[in-house]
Ligand binder design. Structure first.
Ligand SMILES: [Fe+2]
Ligand SMILES: [Fe+2]
Length: 188
C-alpha cells in the first residue's frame, strides 16, 4: 500500500493524459467526501478513486484486465484491487460492487464525467454554481453527452438506495473543493 505521492507516481508511470488526470482527481475527491461522511477512511477510499482507471490509457480495449498486474506488485491489497475491478461490473468485469465503498465508486465514476460535461457548458464554466436540477435535467436528455452511459449512474443510485437528486447533489458538493484542480473553477 502506497501513500498518495507514491500512488500519483504509479498513476504517472501508466498515464499522461490531462483529461484522465482530472477524472482521477474528481473520483478521488468524491470518494474522500463519501468516506468522511460515512466515518470511513478518506485516504483509503481516495486512493481507490485516484487509481481506479490505472490501466485505461494503456489498455482502453482491455480496461481492468491489467489493473491487478499493476496494483498488486505495488503493494495494494486484495480489497483494493477488488474495489477497482468492481467499477467495471457488467461492462468489462464480473466483479459486483458489494461494499458501500464499491457502490459509491460504481455510481460516481460516470457521474463525475457527466457533471464535468454539464459544468463546462455553463456561462461560468464552473462546478461552483451548478445546480442539481440542471444536471438531472440533462441526464434525461439522451442527446446531451450521449456517450456517457446513464444506465450505470442509475444502477449505481439504486445500489445505494439514493435518489438521483441526492446522489447528484452530494457529488457536486464533493467536487467543489477541487474545482480548480479539475478545471471546473471556470470564471468564478
Ligand atoms: Fe473505468
Ligand atoms: Fe473512471
Amino acid at each position: 500500500m502506497q501513500n498518495r505521492d507514491e500512488a500519483l507516481e504509479l498513476w504517472r508511470a501508466h498515464n499522461d493524459d490531462d483529461y484522465l488526470y482530472r477524472h482521477a482527481l474528481s473520483v478521488e475527491a468524491v470518494m474522500r467526501y463519501f468516506a468522511a461522511k460515512a466515518g470511513e477512511d478518506p485516504d483509503w477510499w481516495g486512493l481507490v478513486g485516484l487509481l481506479h482507471d490505472i490501466d485505461f490509457q494503456e489498455h482502453p480495449e482491455e480496461h481492468l484486465k491489467h489493473a491487478r498486474a499493476i496494483l498488486e506488485p505495488a503493494g495494494y491489497p486484495e480489497a483494493f484491487v477488488r474495489a477497482v475491478e468492481s467499477h467495471g461490473y457488467g461492462l468489462c468485469t464480473e466483479v459486483e460492487p458489494k461494499s458501500y465503498m464499491e457502490k459509491i465508486l460504481y455510481a460516481c465514476d460516470e457521474l463525475t464525467g457527466f457533471i464535468y460535461a454539464c459544468a463546462i457548458m455553463r456561462p461560468s464554466k464552473s462546478v461552483l454554481d451548478i445546480e442539481v436540477k440542471s444536471v438531472t435535467k440533462k441526464l434525461k436528455t439522451p442527446a446531451f453527452a450521449a456517450k456517457i452511459d446513464r444506465s450505470v449512474i442509475q444502477k449505481g443510485a439504486e445500489m445505494l438506495g439514493l435518489g438521483m437528486d441526492e446522489l447528484v447533489g452530494q457529488a457536486i458538493l464533493a467536487l467543489r473543493p477541487v474545482a480548480a484542480e479539475i478545471g471546473l473553477k471556470g470564471n468564478l
